[in-house]
Design a protein around this ligand. Structure first.
Ligand SMILES: Cc1cc2nc3c(=O)[nH]c(=O)nc-3n(C[C@H](O)[C@H](O)[C@H](O)COP(=O)(O)OP(=O)(O)OC[C@H]3O[C@@H](n4cnc5c(N)ncnc54)[C@H](O)[C@@H]3O)c2cc1C
Length: 285
């Protein structure tokens, strides 16, 4: 592994100034659980690492419309947060299925997003809750829906001088009926063969008002099965409806075969697990 200079700024502004000055030659390091492996494999060869541990990006607060989650929160910290567990339980479920405790203690929510693996476990629940992300640079900030951030496997819209600072979860999506499923070769310490989150919001008449079906590891980027979602909206939930929506979701995904699963297996399991997750989403209504 090529040695890189390591700087640990004590404010976010200092971190942003460093990114502004060094651009693509500098890489932000959070938990390092992805980055160090990619540096060892010479996929990434930054000359400077900017450590975010002291840049005050590990807080959670409630604003008027959002639960605001700092990008440097570790998976363990997200898992232990009772507000997230109560308001956005599918995120909590995903954290429980994430690696094992030693990795959870280092890996961050921001690193999981920016690494842009199609199999990233926190991304499908975040998209299902309509999460937005805040990207800052020395020149200002911009926000965007998380679902639009990914442009390909390992590729995002992050600019060379930007840092992901915050994930915003709309309170309007809180406490709706959601469920997360991870399919992997083992129960822990395994990367997803497929992961998915469904979220349903029912109105007073029991009709589905909002539907989200978000899948990971079945395309180059995490994706919503939007035609399947559209089939659910305005309908009364039923086993038949969920069966039809799951069959539609299968038509929308574009999986590949790789070392973890074949394309055919992923297609089949998309249909099986979307149906199961939809049923679980409304199990306690
Ligand atoms: C043994 C093992 C098991 C794993 N199991 C799982 C699993 O079950 N599920 C899963 O989803 N992943 C898993 N992973 C992958 C990894 O742990 C996660 O993707 C993790 O969330 C990455 O976070 P990090 O803080 O370590 O990121 P880092 O490795 O520090 O960074 C990853 C990338 O994001 C960039 N980055 C990080 N933070 C920011 C920021 N705030 N702004 C801009 N850029 C940033 C870095 O420059 C780098 O390119 C596993 C990894 C290992 C080694």
């Amino acid at each position: 592994m090529k040695p890189a200079e390591f700087l640990s700024p004590t404010t976010l502004n200092d971190a942003l100034e460093l990114k502004h000055k060094h651009g693509a030659a500098a890489r932000v390091i959070a938990g390092g659980t992805d980055l160090i492996l990619r540096m060892r494999a010479q996929v990434l060869t930054p000359s400077l690492l900017i450590d975010l541990q002291h840049a005050a990006l590990n807080n959670i607060k409630v604003s008027d419309k959002y639960l605001e989650v700092g990008a440097s929160l570790t998976i363990s910290e997200v898992l232990q947060n009772t507000r997230i567990e109560d308001l956005f339980p599918a995120i909590h479920m995903a954290c429980r299925k994430f690696a094992g405790p030693p990795i959870r203690n280092r890996a961050t929510i921001g690193g999981n997003i920016v690494n842009a693996s199609p199999a990233a476990d926190l991304v499908s629940p975040l998209i299902a809750y309509d999460a937005e992300i805040v990207l800052k640079s020395a020149n200002g900030e911009r926000t965007m829906p998380l679902v639009t951030f990914f442009t390909g496997a390992g590729k995002t819209l992050l600019k060379d001088d930007e840092i992901l600072t915050q994930i915003r979860l709309p309170l309007s999506a809180a406490s709706t009926n959601a469920y997360f499923i991870k399919l992997a070769q083992r129960n822990s310490m395994a990367i997803s063969q497929l992961n998915l989150t469904t979220r349903l919001n029912l109105n007073r008449q029991g009709l589905i008002e909002t539907a989200r079906i978000v899948l990971g590891s079945v395309a180059a980027v995490p994706m919503r099965a939007m035609a399947a979602e559209a089939m659910l909206v305005g309908e009364k939930s039923s086993e038949d409806l969920f069966y039809a929506a799951a069959a539609q979701a299968r038509q929308e995904v574009k999986p590949i075969s790789d070392i973890r699963a074949s394309r055919e297996y992923r297609l089949q399991m998309t249909q099986v697990l979307v149906r199961r997750a939809l049923l679980e989403s409304i199990a306690n209504v």
